[in-house]
Ligand binder design. Structure first.
Ligand code: MG
Length: 216
């Protein structure tokens, strides 16, 4: 066989094999199934906040899109997420407009019923004023919720330091960091209305369980 023809055949075979390799099926689970999979004794459950337990797009949308600064520009400058003033407003006021997710409520209720300790680990910046403890307490019937602000640092060390056994998040980075911290990652789906479109390309691709119908 002519070696050009042979090379072409090998190429066609490779493309066919690649195209036909099935992606592993995404493993969807219910809250009851997660509960049944947990140890009998209480564990520490970690939660991301934005798009996992709170639909906080309203505040982030204003922070990123407003034109209320001088000369019709963004009042938080060209990099709102790097602005202290933005985080003071986001953590201090805008969470009044964040909606608790039904899936977050179901998860937290399940963990609370088991007597598990709940800790929130968020990449948000900390701020002088924060209504987050109040919002999380009211939304999820928690007293004095523990919140760790990583200020955009990777979450791995914080998840490990808090001895988190199971970590819920919406982002690919949440799954990655949970795995690196030797915690079990569980994916909560992001609402299609979220204005955060980053770090969300590999749902189920980390081998994590994905909470079914968790967009809301
Ligand atoms: Mg998130």
């Amino acid at each position: 066989m002519n070696r050009h023809i042979r090379a072409a055949l090998v190429l066609v075979l490779m493309v066919t094999v690649t195209a036909c390799s099935p992606r592993p099926a995404v493993r969807y689970v219910t809250v009851s199934e997660i509960k049944a999979s947990l140890p009998a004794t209480p564990v520490i459950a970690g939660f991301d906040i934005d798009d996992t337990v709170l639909f906080s797009t309203p505040g982030f949308y204003y922070g990123l899109a407003n034109l209320d600064g001088p000369d019709g520009k963004n009042k938080y400058g060209s990099n709102p997420l790097g602005s202290k003033s933005f985080w003071n407003d986001m953590n201090g006021q805008f969470d009044n407009f964040s909606l608790p997710k039904a899936s977050g409520r179901a998860l937290i209720e399940m963990h609370s019923s088991r007597g598990d300790k709940i800790v929130f680990i968020t990449a948000r910046d900390s701020s002088q004023v924060s209504i987050l403890p109040k919002i999380l307490a009211q939304s999820f019937m928690l007293s004095n919720p523990a919140i760790v602000f990583t200020c955009n640092a990777p979450k791995k060390d914080f998840i490990a330091a808090a001895h988190v056994v199971i970590y819920y998040g919406d982002a690919d980075s949440d799954m990655d960091q949970a795995i690196k911290a030797s915690a079990r990652p569980v994916r909560v789906k992001r609402s299609p209305l979220s204005n955060n479109k980053t770090s969300y390309v590999n749902v189920g691709g980390f081998g994590e369980d994905v909470l079914i119908d968790s967009e809301n």
